[in-house]
Ligand binder design. Structure first.
Ligand code: SAH
Ligand code: SF4
Ligand code: F3S
Length: 443
């Protein structure tokens, strides 16, 4: 075998889907780094390509197959090229992927990433492997402890994985499995290491992150306790978390938003629909009114909280009246940001066999909903003008002397001040609101 130092192998990772996949891709890069692989931006000239996939909607899933089709040419040029499929499509489709696309060497589900190095060695011997087990051990226990140099001031940190909610449309409980929380000590240790490397802001990740219940000395901690412990780490300036379910928004977590200054005033709290009939059919287990009352309690604790949400239009059975109820809920909340999707029937989920809403009707509803969201987003952004906000500087902007960072409310903010550096947390006054960002001046 070649000397790895003289001739490092090149690994290209393409990441689809949610932030957890971004986090997992970084961890896989680190695990493969220990095997002598370095990252490369393109599949061209790579020794291994890893596609970290998303199964959430049909379009996301199908992307895998078009990308694999494109990789065929690379494998013809370099027959030694190893191709791996990871993530939620890997979990959902397993060996079927290799039947459909024989060029795939490895299929590895999200709970088996610690076995990736062994699978790559098997591929070196010409063996194809599939691993979609849900092993009893914590995959993070077996992955190396983040030796890679993260040069950004922000980082993701997975604290919880999987989901027990079983919303009728969603594949996540099947692809990510049951809810598992990482122990408190491991999270605090990882956060400490990130801070030592210059990270100033962590976003705690979990499919149902506010359902966090991790083992701690003397019992089990919820997310609020974890946040308060993280806030005591010196040098860690900002804490965020995503994604939360309304039914797990505990009182102590709401209280923490009012009491813990490092906990940022931005909350992603998907509701999916504003119609009680549809919420019930979705198995969301709360009403629109309960959601609105929850938002009131959150805003009582933190009046400036910026809310973001997710919406699905065209869920089976959705009438014009149901759609109107969703628009009414959006009007009532006033979102600073929201993601909206046309319902996509996913194999194996309870809603998959229900009669679909006409596609053109769903398209029209999506457009109407998105127009409303865009308007609210603009209004919230416009309302920032004249206000003083914290901005964590991340990188240089496009203009000379300009820097870009994120406000407390997660808006991109451009500031012209050549002396700034990444990782600096500054106070700025917002002077202007553009389509996708704000401009500010240092105070
Ligand atoms: N844990 C996250 C789930 C991520 S899925 C959460 O609870 O928010 C992100 C969003 O994708 C969901 O909130 C939902 O709005 C959307 N989504 C999930 N399944 C979908 C489907 N089958 N069709 C359309 N959108 C879907
Ligand atoms: Fe999917 Fe619902 Fe769980 Fe979110 S809460 S991951 S939408 S099942
Ligand atoms: Fe997609 Fe899996 Fe995330 S389905 S949204 S990559 S949890």
């Amino acid at each position: 075998m070649a000397d790895v130092k003289a001739d490092p192998k090149k690994l290209h990772i393409k990441t689809y889907g949610c932030q957890m996949n971004v986090y997992d891709s970084e961890r896989m890069a680190e695990a493969m780094g220990a095997e002598g692989y370095v990252l490369t931006d393109s599949p061209e000239g790579a020794d291994m390509v890893l596609l970290n996939t998303c199964h959430i909607r049909e379009k996301a899933s199908e992307k895998l197959y078009s990308d694999l089709g494109r990789l065929r040419a690379f494998k013809e040029i370099n027959p030694d090229l190893k191709i791996g499929v990871a993530g939620c499509v890997a979990q959902a489709e397993g060996a079927e992927i290799q039947r459909r696309m024989p060029l795939v060497d490895m299929v590895v589900g999200p709970q088996s990433y610690h076995r990736l190095p062994a699978m790559v060695r098997a591929a070196d011997r010409g063996e194809k492997t599939v691993d979609t087990d849900f092993p009893a051990e914590d995959k993070f226990d077996h992955l190396p402890d983040r030796p890679s140099a993260n040069t950004r001031p922000t980082a993701f940190l997975t604290v919880q994985e999987g989901c027990d909610k079983f919303c009728a449309f969603c594949v996540v409980p099947y692809t990510r499995g049951a809810e598992v929380s990482r122990p408190v000590e491991r999270i605090l240790t990882e956060a400490g290491k990130l801070v030592a490397k210059g990270v100033r802001e962590v976003t705690l990740l979990g499919q149902n992150v506010n359902g966090y219940h991790g083992a701690a000395e003397g019992g089990t901690w919820g997310l609020a306790q974890l946040v308060r412990a993280l806030a005591r780490i010196e040098g860690l300036e900002r804490i965020r978390y995503t994604t939360s379910h309304p039914n797990d928004m505990a009182e102590d977590l709401i209280a923490a938003h009012g009491e813990e200054p490092k906990l940022m005033p931005y909350l992603h709290l998907p509701v999916q629909s504003g119609s009680d009939k549809i919420l019930k059919a979705m198995n969301r287990k709360h009403t629109a009114e309960e959601y609105l009352r929850l938002i009131e309690r959150i805003r009582a604790a933190r009046p400036d909280m910026l809310l973001s949400g997710d919406f699905i239009v065209g869920f089976p059975g959705e009438t014009d009246e149901d759609h109107r109820a969703t628009l009414d809920l959006i009007e009532a909340v006033g979102y600073g940001m929201a993601y909206s999707f046309k319902y996509s029937a996913r194999p194996g989920t309870p809603a998959a066999d229900r009669a679909p809403v006409d596609g053109a009707v769903a398209d029209a509803r999506l457009q109407e909903l998105q127009a409303l969201i865009t308007r609210q987003q603009r209004e919230v952004q416009q309302g920032m003008v004249g206000r003083e906000v914290g901005v964590l500087i991340e990188k240089q902007g496009r203009m000379p002397g300009q820097w870009t960072g994120k406000s407390d409310y997660l808006h991109a903010v451009h500031i012209t001040a050549p002396e700034l550096r990444p990782g600096q947390l500054v106070r700025a006054r917002i002077t202007e609101s553009g389509p996708n960002s704000l401009a500010g001046v240092l105070i």
